[in-house]
Ligand binder design. Structure first.
Ligand code: PLP
Length: 378
């Protein structure tokens, strides 16, 4: 069976975890957490990176820093993971879903302005498949209406928009290092902070509302409870696992891109014949090959495709059920405008295997089977 995902492992993970254990420093904010934060700061150019227990928690932390209050409205796509909405719903805010662009599956930047009301507080662009949203337009709207921008860059580590790393363009950015992402620590994430003014408060909320980070740096002689907070820092053992991959980030990225390009090249003839649609990468966007998907004609064809692939030993999986159609989405949020593409396009999309462990030969085999499916059908 060719798995849809194999968690990334580069070889040094166990050595680094052993190092943590032997140094008797397995709690949060140890040596590996610092190394990861510094690596991300250097690579992305963000002012501050704080490793967190998940991308969900990084987004929650951003919602707290942005002072999201009950009744505030937060604009986001409905074609996303539940965490994008959860972080704001927990604060009592209302997710306002806007339709997506069919070409990138990202929020349609042209529809955002019409969804703004006097209650709107933030925009949350989700960079689907590591391909950037149209950030110039989004940042311009945010500036004119004084809105906070929190980028859900869970899938966007190592991707850029007009030369800027995803997660660094808005006020806040959230990365995921879940096992299904390009770089992993099992469960984990990071908060990227653009503006220095939020850094101290972020450190406090992340450390249970205490000023322990200042204490560790020797800036104060004892630490105390100074604000509300939670525990958003991961164990250094998880950070050790992640650091082994960050050191190999270019190799991982290059390999994934090679797989992605091979998929694209081999499936292009089928797309030219009109059987399937392939992903689109807009001008100015450099992506990280987080995902390779195709779009079938409709949901019936997709169901047949997924079972055909399964028979051939290939795991192909569909993705998000739009949030506004889910029970919690109906309860907590609302859709602004018409759902022209969110539901229709989500029903056509299916993802093909993609991971650092996947080989070019396997991609060749997968593409042969995709062709076989359409030959049988036509
Ligand atoms: C994976 C993912 C998340 C959640 O990440 P966790 O680290 O599991 O919390 C949020 N948003 C998007 C778009 C994702 O793909």
């Amino acid at each position: 069976m060719i798995n849809f995902n194999i968690p990334p492992f580069t070889g040094k993970e166990m050595e680094y975890i052993k190092d943590c254990v032997e140094n008797q420093k397995i709690c949060g904010d140890g040596a590996y957490t610092k190394k990861c934060n510094e690596w991300i700061e250097k690579k992305t150019g963000t002012t501050k990176c704080l490793l967190t227990t998940s991308c969900t928690h990084a987004t929650e932390l951003a919602a707290l820093l942005a002072d999201i209050q009950p009744g505030d409205e937060v604009i986001m796509p409905a074609y996303t993971f539940v965490s994008t909405a959860d972080a704001f719903v927990l604060r009592g805010a209302v997710p306002v879903f806007v339709d997506i662009r069919p070409d990138t599956m990202n929020i349609d930047e042209k529809l955002i302005e019409a969804a703004i009301t006097e209650k709107t507080k933030a925009i949350v662009p989700v960079h689907y498949a590591g391909v950037a949203c149209e950030m110039d337009t989004i940042m311009d709207i945010a500036e004119r209406y004084h809105l906070v921008v929190i980028e859900d860059a869970a899938q966007g580590v190592m991707s850029t928009y007009k030369g800027k790393a995803l997660g660094t363009i808005g006020d806040f950015g959230a990365f995921s290092f879940h096992e299904t992402k390009n770089y992993s620590m099992g469960e984990g994430g990071a908060l990227l902070i653009r503006d220095e003014k939020y850094v101290e408060e972020a450190e406090i909320i992340r450390e249970k509302g205490t000023n322990r980070s200042k204490f560790y740096r020797g800036q104060i002689d004892k630490y105390t409870w100074v604000n509300y907070g939670s525990s958003y820092l991961p164990s250094d053992m998880n950070a050790a696992y992640l650091y082994a991959q960050l050191e190999m980030a270019e190799e991982i990225n290059d390999h994934r891109l090679a797989l992605w390009n091979r998929y694209y090249e081999l499936l292009k003839p089928l797309a030219d014949k009109g059987c399937i649609e392939l992903p689109y990468i807009p001008e100015g966007c450099v992506h990280n090959a987080h995902m390779f998907y195709i779009k079938t004609a409709d949901i019936e064809e997709r169901t047949a495709f997924i079972s055909f692939m399964k028979e051939k030993g290939i795991m192909s999986v569909f993705h998000y059920i739009p949030l506004h159609t889910a029970p919690a989405g109906k309860k907590f949020g609302r859709f602004h405008g018409q759902d022209l593409f969110t539901t229709k396009e989500s029903e056509r999309l299916t993802r093909l295997p993609m991971s650092y462990k996947l080989t070019l030969d396997e991609v060749d085999y997968i593409c042969e089977q995709v062709k076989a499916f359409y030959e049988e059908r036509n």
